[in-house]
Design a binder for this molecule. Structure first.
Ligand code: FES
Ligand code: FES
Length: 183
């Protein structure tokens, strides 16, 4: 039996008719041609197929497409903005964390969910966030470093952004004060 479902994928409204048994992973890869989401184990154990469903990481091989009806899905294709890599993707490159590459989309989405709810996570929180994403190649060191790097860079930028208005405010106060004094 087929169902018509409507969902948002990377901010774009999609309306599709899907069989009841179709997984979200199949919908993304085969119908919507978003092949950045990878299939490995197919049984919810490796995390390669991780996407965000309403901002929470899920293994899309275990979610039925019909369960995504009315919800918001984000995949690795939604990570880059304005045609450029996101800061998180860049941090993965800079830290040498794109290892086999196959696991990377799922890792990045788990990290994205973590950084959105906890912008400055502890090492333990980072480890916990990617616990469902298996890496069998060179280990997790550079992946942890990448997520820490992204968090630190974001923190520095946020700090700079917070300081800028203060400077402007001070300038405005001085210039107002000067005007008032001159008047
Ligand atoms: S392919 Fe979904 S968890 Fe492995
Ligand atoms: S990053 Fe894919 S197995 Fe390690």
């Amino acid at each position: 039996m087929n169902h018509e479902i409507a969902l948002s994928v990377n901010g774009r409204a999609e309306q599709v008719t899907v069989p009841a048994s179709m997984t979200l992973l199949e919908l993304l890869r085969e119908r919507l041609h978003l092949t950045g989401t990878k299939e490995a184990c197919g049984i919810g154990e490796c995390g390669a197929c991780t996407v965000l469903l309403d901002g929470k990481p899920v293994t899309s091989c275990l979610v039925l497409a019909v369960e995504a009806d009315g919800h918001e899905v984000r995949t690795i294709e939604g990570e880059a903005t304005d045609g450029g890599l996101s800061a998180l993707q860049q941090a993965f490159i800079d830290a040498g964390a794109v290892q086999c590459g196959f696991c990377t989309p799922g890792m990045i989405l788990s990290a994205r969910a973590l950084l959105e709810r906890t912008p400055n996570p502890s090492d333990e929180q980072i480890v916990e966030a990617i616990a469902g994403n298996l890496c069998r190649c060179t280990g997790y060191e550079s992946i942890l470093r990448a997520i820490r790097l992204a968090a630190d860079r974001h923190g520095r930028e946020a700090g700079e952004e917070r300081r800028l208005p203060e400077k402007d405010d001070r300038a405005a106060v001085h210039s107002n004060g000067g005007d008032a004094g001159a008047g």
